[in-house]
Design a protein around this ligand. Structure first.
Ligand SMILES: [Cu+2]
Length: 164
């Protein structure tokens, strides 16, 4: 089953190889630059970033995400309303054929809620994306310290305000 191949293809390298070899049905979702931003010990939430590129001929929809390392994973969008930035969940993220959606600081992001273990730079977080066609894609995201200037916009509040 191709689904089992996809499940076994942890890591970007394997994913890229699968695309290059075009073994079985071509993956319709390419993932680039996936990582989790390191946070101070005890942080109730962490943020993850990645670029999702739809390499298929039809729309691809992300309907959810989960990780064994966190109680809950949500996709969030930062919106500014009446001059106030807030985050709201994105329950359904559609990517048009050939398009790429970037989850990056200040915009959309993976909200990783309730870490179940200590995560330090260099650790890897397993993340499963649920797709609209009922399949799943599992990735490994390295935990990385981000540069000093890169702020994760959380409406000017600490990410901790978000863990409830
Ligand atoms: Cu968020």
């Amino acid at each position: 089953m191709s689904a089992r191949i996809v499940h076994a293809a942890f890591g970007l390298a394997a994913l890229v190889l699968a695309v290059a070899a075009a073994a079985g049905p071509a993956p319709r979702l390419a993932v680039e630059g996936a990582h989790v931003r390191a946070a101070p010990p005890g942080a109730p939430v962490l943020a993850g970033y990645l670029t999702l590129r739809n390499t298929g001929g039809g729309p691809t929809v992300i309907t959810g995400a989960s990780s064994p390392d966190f109680d809950r994973v949500e996709i969030h969008r930062t919106t500014v309303r009446d001059g106030v930035a807030r985050m709201e969940p994105v329950p359904r993220l559609e990517i048009a054929p050939g398009a790429a959606v970037r989850l990056e600081p200040g915009g959309m992001h993976l909200m990783l809620i309730g870490p179940r273990r200590k995560l330090r730079p260099g650790d890897r977080v397993r993340l499963t994306l649920r797709l609209g066609d009922g399949t799943e894609r599992t990735l490994e995201l390295p935990v990385r310290r981000m540069g000093g200037g890169a702020m994760h916009m959380h409406g000017g509040r600490s990410p901790g305000a978000h863990g409830r």
